[in-house]
Ligand binder design. Structure first.
Ligand SMILES: [Zn+2]
Ligand SMILES: [Zn+2]
Length: 777
């Protein structure tokens, strides 16, 4: 490369996720290799570089900043200006972080242990042999240990550990993989394991703690294991007794447990893996991936999981070990491990030792913990990958994130336009998240949980503070749900800020628009559980003509009584009675003897009186049909009946099943999807002796075709060619793919969620996008 004689100096501003990802050492190495002078430093806006040298080489460096950025970096902007050269030959150096201004630079996500670090952990000759906290610039904890920004060791929970000379040398050496790796540590100077008994008393430390924990797990114990974002409850996933005991202690009847495996081979022995799911499983984000179980007719082999791990479901949530601690533990136990959130029922995941011992000592036989504090708790993320053949959308498979937390948070989403104001959005009530928006950036917190639990509410307040602090957001408005009883709404109204109420289903559709960076109006289909409508009734099957500025409700599912209000959620038989009455009349409904409860007649009388609440919820329609088909009449976790109804249909081909009919008609200027004939078919088909699996399949197909036909008519009427699908019902892969392919076959463009959850975990995203980009109000 010929040198240009002209010397110039440029100041380069790099934005995006560029702190805590090895960006400064990367710039250093490139600049030194090019013989450039200058410096690089982190500051509140990202990374600032000044370089001086020949124009060619300065230009090369600018290009490399994007093209060759380190694996964990997400560069969203490189802006360079030319400034006066300083002359001289000061060389190139890394400057300490400037502390000016409000922090605005994104923090990196927590990242699975890289192959090089794992190789060291496995090498008896390496000084990090069997060290559970091995990490480097390319891997390790980030978001969960960051207290403040700029991201430097003193701003993390590693501040209390002083590096030994060997670690310091790595940290200072630009050629080393651990150059400026903030959590750098080794057995001499870093965090240590501890093994605590049931009462929280330390019994062993270091490698002996690991041995004690592995021994206990092999003997069927249930342990609390501290990882990156909190404690898991762990037990041998092949041990029938241990898994049953874990369910009993955790007071968790049916909700499936995730299973951690050590490698892909182990995953393939348990589940039917496809290449896309395997790629997701081994990705640095290391989510829980939902994959079909290997059906194992006949006897259970030695490797097989206990049936209690995911009862009644064809899918299993698998994840790969993502820290050296997990790798070492699972290798020592030699079997897959149940790894479920360290909490009782739906409390927040425990993340400090005191909290864990206080809340979990009655649940576990011992604790494997360590002394690296977790600043922000962060549950495992959950996703599913849909194979390409399912959606008729070209050769690419698609991921759908169902819980966006560790490995994803707090990775920002780029807004489709400049925010008009700084926003805090507090989300809904279940699967709570919070989001902030500022400039071109929208950032969503980790998964917080269900706010009806007081402890989760405290975690929610912490998340609000932390996110605003990290991103230097000073909210000018707070966006919230219309539901007056949500704790998030109450908090929003208590803040001394202008409020921006956002209708629940508008927020769902807006979250899908924001994810796809769309600003034009679409036809939004929001199918979910229950959300407060603008008319004070509970919506959940809505057709909205919507953009980020507002919406018009142009269609909906026919309303029916919601007997018992929120109580109906836990008892799907109530919805079955309501829909059966609407479809077949009260006498017939009662004669079905839904077998549910002696209170059936009372409930029916309540419905007949017409005095109770009504709903247009598709989620509740799923509940009703699940109860009619006999899947279940009561649930122990949200969405359980619908999930099991989908599972029941899984043995029947999607397309070779009859579509049960629906009606449609106009009411108050809206096109109404009326599923009464569909519900009637469910009843008569069952009476005719059609197996429940076939009825479940016929219901899915009938609902999908009916919903598509209403969408097609509304899209044409309003001159729209794009449909957005959002809401918790679209976690149902069967319904989603039937509807998506149906809409595409009718020539419509379809937007579906990939990175933002379709469930209420995405509500704060939609609220934030609306309040950031919407017109003033
Ligand atoms: Zn590494
Ligand atoms: Zn060290």
């Amino acid at each position: 490369m010929p040198d240009s004689p002209a010397t110039l100096r440029r100041r380069i501003r790099v934005t995006g996720t560029v702190q805590g990802v090895g960006f400064r050492p990367f710039v250093y190495r490139q600049a030194v290799a090019l013989g450039l002078a200058g410096f690089v430093r982190n500051d509140s806006a990202g990374v600032l570089v000044e370089v001086e040298g020949s124009a060619d080489r300065v230009g090369t460096l600018c290009r490399l900043l994007v093209d060759e950025a380190p694996p964990l970096a997400r560069v969203t902007g490189v802006d360079a200006i030319t400034i006066e050269p300083l002359g001289g030959s000061g060389g190139f150096h890394i400057e300490h972080s400037a502390e000016d201004g409000s922090p605005a630079a994104p923090v990196s996500v927590d990242t699975a242990t890289c192959a090089e670090c794992l190789a060291e952990v496995d090498d008896p000759a390496d000084r990090r042999y069997r060290y559970p906290f091995t990490n480097c610039t390319n891997c390790g904890p980030r978001y969960t240990i960051v207290r403040s920004v700029p991201y430097d060791r003193p701003a993390t929970t590693m501040a209390g550990f002083t590096m030994c000379p060997a670690c310091q040398q790595e940290y200072d050496d630009p050629a080393d993989r651990r150059f400026h790796a903030q959590p750098n540590a080794c057995p001499v100077c870093g965090p240590r394991l501890a093994w605590l008994d049931q009462g929280g008393r330390a019994q062993a430390r270091g490698p002996e703690a690991m041995d004690a924990a592995a021994r206990a797990l092999r003997e069927g114990a249930i342990l609390a294991v501290k990882g990156i974002g909190g404690f898991h409850l762990a037990t041998d996933a092949t041990d029938v007794t241990a898994v049953a005991e874990l369910r009993r202690r955790k007071a968790r009847d049916d909700k499936p447990f995730a299973v951690m495996v050590s490698n892909l081979d182990q995953a393939r022995r348990l589940c039917l893996m496809d290449p896309a799911s395997e790629a997701a499983l081994v990705s640095a984000r290391r989510p829980v991936v939902l994959v079909p179980k290997r059906s194992a007719p006949g006897e259970r082999g030695e490797d097989d999981l206990a049936p209690g791990v995911a009862p009644g479901l064809p899918e299993l949530g698998l994840l790969l070990a993502y820290t050296p601690l997990h790798h070492l533990l699972i290798k020592a136990v030699g079997r897959p491990l149940v790894m479920t959130s360290g909490n009782l029922s739906d409390d927040p995941i425990a993340h400090t030792d005191e909290d864990a011992v206080g809340r979990l000592s009655g649940l576990v036989d011992g604790f494997l913990t360590h002394d690296r504090p977790i600043h922000i708790r962060c549950d495992d993320s959950v996703l599913r990958v849909t194979p390409p053949s399912e959606v008729g959308d070209g050769p690419t498979s698609r991921r759908q994130v169902l819980r966006r937390s560790r490995g994803f948070a707090p990775e920002p989403l780029a807004l489709p336009a400049q925010a008009r104001r700084q926003v805090l959005a507090v989300g809904a009530e279940l699967k709570s998240t919070v989001s902030v928006a500022k400039a071109r950036t929208l950032v969503t917190s980790h998964h917080i949980g269900d706010l009806e639990h007081l402890a989760n509410y405290r975690a929610f307040l912490q998340a609000v503070d932390h996110l605003c602090h990290l991103y230097g957001v000073v909210p000018e408005v707070v966006a919230h749900d219309l539901h007056p009883e949500y704790l998030s709404t109450k908090l929003a109204l208590d803040l001394d800020l202008p409020t921006w109420p956002v209708q629940h289903h508008h927020a769902h559709i807006a979250s899908c628009l924001a994810e796809h960076r769309r600003t034009e109006a679409v036809l939004g289909l929001a199918f979910d559980g229950l959300g407060m409508g603008t008319d004070g009734t509970l919506w959940g099957g809505e057709y909205l003509v919507a953009d980020l500025g507002g919406f018009t409700r142009v269609g909906n599912l026919a309303p029916v009584a919601l007997p018992g209000g929120a109580g109906a959620i836990r008892q799907p038989w109530r919805m079955a009675l309501s829909w059966a009455r609407a479809s077949l009349g009260a006498d017939q409904a009662l004669r079905l003897g839904l077998g549910m409860d002696r209170r059936a007649a009372d409930v029916l009388a309540l419905v007949e009186s017409g005095s109770g609440p009504v709903t247009t919820s598709v989620g509740r329609l799923f509940d009703a049909v699940a109860a009619l088909v006999g899947v279940r009449s009561a649930v122990t976790y949200e969405g359980q009946a619908a999930i099991e109804l989908e599972a029941l249909a899984s043995s029947v081909s999607k397309d070779e099943t009859p579509a049960y009919p629906v009606d449609r008609g106009w009411t108050d200027g809206r096109l109404v999807l009326d599923p009464r004939p569909l519900v009637a078919s469910v009843v008569t088909e069952l009476e005719r002796g059609v197996p429940p699996s076939g009825v479940a399949a016929g219901f899915h197909r009938g609902l999908a075709e009916g919903a598509v036909s209403v969408a097609v008519e509304l899209a044409s009427l309003h001159g729209l060619d794009t449909v957005a699908l959002s809401g918790g019902v679209f976690q149902n892969a069967r319904l989603s793919s039937l509807m998506e392919s149906g809409l595409r076959a009718r020539g419509l463009d379809v937007l579906v969620h990939q990175d933002v959850p379709p469930n209420d975990g995405g509500i704060s995203v939609g609220q934030a996008a609306i309040a950031a980009l919407g017109p003033h109000r």
